[in-house]
Design a protein around this ligand. Sequence first.
Ligand code: CP
Ligand code: NVA
Length: 320
Amino acid sequence: MTELMTLKKDYAGRDFLSLLDYSTEDLQYFLQVADYLKAEHKAGRPTPYLQGKTMGLIFEKSSTRTRVSFETGIYYLGGQGLFLSSNDLQIGRGEPIKDTARVLSRFLNGMMIRTFSHDIVTELAEYADIPVINGLTDLLHPCQVLADLQTIREHKGELAGLKMVFVGDGNNMAHSIMNGGARMGMHVVCACPEGYLPDPEIVAAAKAAAELTGGSVEVMQDPLIACQDADVIYTDVWASMGQEGEKAEREAVFAGVYQVNDAVMSVAKPDAMVLHCLPAHRGEEITEEVFESHPEIFDEAENRLYAQMAVMALLLQDAE
Ligand code: CP
Ligand code: NVA
């Protein structure tokens, strides 16, 4: 077997809840490890960084990409993943998160959770003595944006200085894009309607982070102004998981304006990438034509595998 890359020990035992918990250098290192794991995997070389280790995967919301990329990623790293639906766990019947955290810490080496309130993830991490990875909350989706950054770097060669525009709801994706883009020195613009703007505290923290890297963060309403000369255009559904009841009222606000279509693409750079975390609703936040002419969206989905393998390999290392 070829020798495995020796990983920096700095990340052993840490949680992965928000991209802002990590420095620019840290995120660059995560991306370097993700690229290495991708190259090794494509070459058919095993990377058993999780040999003999177990990861619990707690889902309180639906998932295609997150579930499958975590389960296969753990397998490719030589570990064992356990899919834990909250419908089947005792948390679904009211067992406190803090008890679940302490019990699962006795069985597992790491946990991923996809849930509603971000407080659930922070409480889980506080009481667990194993690494906790945020697989999406109502507030943030850091694993997705780590994969997005890997994808943009693959296509554009670098991140710093690029203009990345998010069009749509000021949601978990908008928040993590601001966090990740700011850390990497990108110019992030969010075009969101009044009433659906990103959380002001997240915007302020991302702006402060951008000041350290020469990047910038801006929020505005008009997608056609926001997308001027964009290198990357990003969108997401108008109604996220848990907001199904607001679908009609959101459609009335977003329809026709907060859509990645030919008009939006015509003001961006001619070689602008289009990204979407998926699942996509064609005819709503993106047109069929734009979606189908940007296959990098599927490179983005694929990179969930490698970005998360990097996170798990780094966090679940033994400290000594
Ligand atoms: N993008 C993303 O997280 O997809 P899933 O909801 O399918 O996991
Ligand atoms: N904003 C979306 C992202 C899905 C990956 C949601 O939370 O449903």
